[in-house]
Design a protein around this ligand. Sequence first.
Ligand code: SAM
Length: 292
Amino acid sequence: MPNRADDQHLRRLVTEYFGGGSRLRILRTTAAFGAPVFVVDFDRGPRHYRTLGSFGPSFGTANLTAPQVTEQSSMDLMYPAHLVFHYERLMSLAFALCERPVTALLLGVGGAAMWRFMRAYIPECAPTLVDADAGVMGIAKRWFYLGQPVVIDSAQRYLAGNTQHFDVVHVDLYNALGPADCDEAFWARCMDALAPGGCLAVNWADFATNRGVRPMAQGLEAAARGRDRETFYVTRHGFRDNLIQYLPTSGDNHPEAITGALERFARERRLPNRGRGILEHCVISTGFPIEF
Ligand SMILES: C[S@@+](CC[C@H](N)C(=O)[O-])C[C@H]1O[C@@H](n2cnc3c(N)ncnc32)[C@H](O)[C@@H]1O
C-alpha cells in the first residue's frame, strides 16, 4: 500500500485530473502493475463514467519520475458496451478487417472494455483473455462487469505455450512503466497465433513522446514483411492520441480498405452512432507516422 502521505498525494492527483465531483472508489497497489491503481466515477455533462487508472511516467515532460495519472480503461455507466476511448474504437476495427471473427485473443484485459464490446456487438466471437495482473482482473470483475475467466499470465509466456489460432489478436499491454517489451520472438508468436484471414491490432500510447515505441512497432513491420505481409497505422491528426498498428492477413487488405471495412462493420453490427467519428480526422499510413 502507498504510505499515508503518498496516498493523500495520489488522491489529490485523481481529484485534480477528474474534477472535484469525482468519486474515488478504490486506490490500491497490485502485484504486477508496478504502481497503485484506482477506480474513479465521474460525470461529464449528462454522461457518467467509471475509469480504471494508474500512475505512470510523464513521457515528454522534464520530470519522468513525478507520477502522472494514466487512464487504462473506461466505461460509460449507462452504456457499458460502448467503447469510450477512441483508440479502443480503432482497435475494434480489427474485427472489421478480418473475414469472419469467430475467435479472439485479447492480450491485456484492463477494465475489460473490449470484452464488453465484443459480448454486445460480436456475440458469436469467443474471446480468450490474458492479463498478467490478478489484482487488476479482480477489479475488472468487481467494478467493470467482467464475467469470464482470465488466464493470469504474461502475454509473452502465454504465447510461448500457445498452439491455437485466433481470427483477431489484440495487443494492449501497459503497466505503470509504459508498454510491455515486444521483441522479435513476441511478434513471430503473435503472427503464428493468427488464423488465415485474421487481423492483429496493437495499441501504442504516447507514441509521439516515448522513443521506445517506434523500434517495437518497426519490429512488427519487419516481422510481417518476413512473411510477405504489411502492417499499417491509424491515429488522429495531431499525434496526441494513441496509434494503432494493424496486420491484416487476408490478401486484399490494403490500408485504405479500412474505410469500407468500417462502413460494413458499422452497418452489420449496428455500432453506436453508425461508427461515425472512428476514422474521422485520422491519418492512415504505411510507415510509423513520425520521425524522431
Ligand atoms: C491498457 S490496459 C488494457 C485495456 C483493455 N484493452 C480494455 O479493453 O479495457 C493494459 C493491461 O495490460 C496488462 N499487462 C501489462 N503488461 C502485460 C504483459 N506483459 N502480459 C499480460 N498483461 C499485461 C495490465 O495488467 C493491464 O491490465
